[in-house]
Ligand binder design. Structure first.
Ligand code: NAD
Length: 487
């Protein structure tokens, strides 16, 4: 396979570019060659996206919506093919790619496609005059993606951007180049003008070229806090708009009156879905002292039954980590937890065989890990690990747990389990996080805004809130009388 630039409706040849191989995380066999975009590629992408923008912005909302809805249908009709590409690139179980990744991308295109005709301004009745506002598109926007949900991230950015009349240049992570190209093809086949959604490949240097390009109006990043800070600083030099969807170290609080079975189910979802490589994961699990032992016993029992293995097998529940380097980083976190005095209750080792007895030593597999005897100051309880590692922390009172949960520079997500309706809301209202759940975790319907507070981000994706981030408001005053002038 060759992964190159998709510019102006055409997949370019990648020759004479810097290139590298990308690998299947399940066995570290090469999947293809990725060609890094160069200056000319970026210039061609910006020229083509500008051209497409001038065509697209004159379409009615209903016309734009139709293209998005058709592209969503195309994605859904190619579900199995795209899910299989995503599983090969990311290492996540095929059951997840089939159930979540592609349909979540299509959901965003249907939601914003349906909304495109309804994007409107306001009318103001004034004295002998009136005024109105127009939400206008920004121009060429750039999306920069992380590797954990490649097509979902691309669609969560492209759908609102395009619905609002913008064009987009998208750069997927250098580790997962495949499915953004499938999205680009779907837009073209759905009738989008060439250049409306261009894809450029490459690492942070290509991201930097997009951030610094004077004719790109906005940057939307999904990535780590450190990349977010660099992009924020780079965009500030041009006073560019940004949306930043960054990392987290989110708290999941289980009170003594919670339904323990549901709380354990949510803790598993909040930590081990997609090998734990999910930004909003609730990796600090605060459990009330009264139920601590029974909670831990049930959690350990169910964690040990998770079927780790070949991501392409439909029975697999946990696949392989994105790269060897990332796996080694997670192993270092696990060693840090042990040496700081936490107890590794289960997992955290590289399995030799998967749940069907197949040799998996060539892949980046780790068994799901639970730490207990943790202290808030330990590295494993403070840093984002981005892998299948959770820390259980014991608490006694509501006030105490709120203070400890908020004692972090991150603010992406939070969850509370309790059957006391008043306490559920009271606690959630005091948690410093942008995306919260009561009695569930990591559910992200397209209707609800998603994003972080504190160092976990700026702006919101999904929902009506995303429209504000892809439009600029123009106010128009219309005089109905004479001009009153003192001169
Ligand atoms: P990363 O920050 O290393 O890279 C993200 C993207 O930014 C990549 O495409 C990369 O090439 C690009 N990039 C890197 N340096 C850049 C620079 N200086 N200028 C412009 N672009 C640059 O993150 P990652 O390892 O790909 O993804 C994991 C991180 O993403 C985690 O921290 C995770 O929490 C976060 N994430 C957040 C969300 C969210 O919605 N909040 C969702 C998924 C992942």
């Amino acid at each position: 396979m060759v992964y190159s630039q998709f510019v102006d409706g055409v997949l370019t040849t990648g020759s004479k570019r810097e290139s590298w191989l990308n690998y299947n995380p399940a066995n570290n066999n090469p999947l293809g060659e990725v060609f890094q975009a160069n200056d000319q590629d970026i210039e061609a992408a910006v020229n083509s996206s500008e051209k497409a923008f001038h065509i697209w912005r004159t379409k009615t909302g209903a016309e734009r919506g139709r293209v998005l809805l058709k592209a969503a249908d195309i994605l859904r009709s190619r579900l199995e093919k795209i899910a299989s590409l995503e599983t090969q690139d990311v290492g996540k179980p095929i059951s997840e790619s089939l159930a979540v990744d592609i349909s979540s991308a299509a959901d965003a295109m249907e939601y914003f496609g349906g909304m495109a005709a309804g994007i409107h301004g306001e009318f103001f009745d004034l004295k002998n005059a009136f005024g109105y506002t127009r939400p206008e598109p920004l121009g060429v926007c750039a999306g920069i993606g992380a590797w954990n949900y490649p097509i979902q991230i691309a669609a969560w950015k492209a759908a609102p951007a395009l619905a609002c009349g913008n064009s987009m240049i998208f750069k997927p992570s250098e580790l997962t180049p495949a499915t953004a190209l499938e999205l680009a093809k779907a837009f073209m086949e759905a009738g989008a003008p060439p250049g409306l959604f261009n894809v450029v490949q490459g690492d942070g240097r290509v991201g930097g070229m997009l951030v610094n390009h004077p004719r790109i109006a906005k940057i939307s990043l999904t990535g780590s806090v450190s990349t977010g800070k660099k992009i924020f600083a780079g965009a500030a030099a041009h006073l560019k708009r940004v949306t930043l969807e960054l990392g987290g170290k989110s708290p999941l609080i289980v009170f003594e009156d919670a339904d323990i079975h549901n709380a354990v189910s949510a803790t598993l979802l909040a930590n081990f879905y997609s090998q734990g490589e999910v930004c909003s994961n609730g990796t600090r699990v605060f459990v009330h002292r009264q139920i601590f032992d029974s909670f831990l016993m049930k959690l350990k029992d169910r964690t040990e039954k998770i079927r780790v293995g070949d991501p392409a097998d439909p029975d697999t529940q946990m696949g392989a980590l994105i790269s060897k380097a990332h796996m080694e980083k997670i192993i270092r976190f696990i060693e840090s937890g042990k040496s700081s005095g936490a107890t590794l209750v289960t997992g955290g080792f590289r399995p030799e065989k998967d749940f069907k007895g197949r040799d998996i030593t060539s892949g980046n597999f780790l068994t799901p890990a639970i730490f207990t005897d943790c202290d808030d100051s330990m590295e494993i309880c403070k840093e984002e690990i981005f892998g299948p590692v959770l820390s259980i922390l014991c608490f006694d009172s509501e006030e105490e747990v709120i203070e400890r949960a908020n004692n972090t520079s991150f603010g992406l997500a939070a969850g509370v389990f309790t059957n006391d309706i008043k306490r559920g809301h009271r606690v959630i209202h005091q948690l410093q996080a942008g995306t919260c759940w009561i009695n569930n975790y990591n559910i992200t319907p397209i209707e609800l805004p998603f994003g972080g507070n504190k160092q976990s981000g700026q702006g919101r994706e999904n929902s009506l809130a995303a429209i504000q981030h892809y439009t600029q408001l123009k106010s128009v005053y219309v005089e109905l009388g004479d001009v009153e002038s003192p001169y």
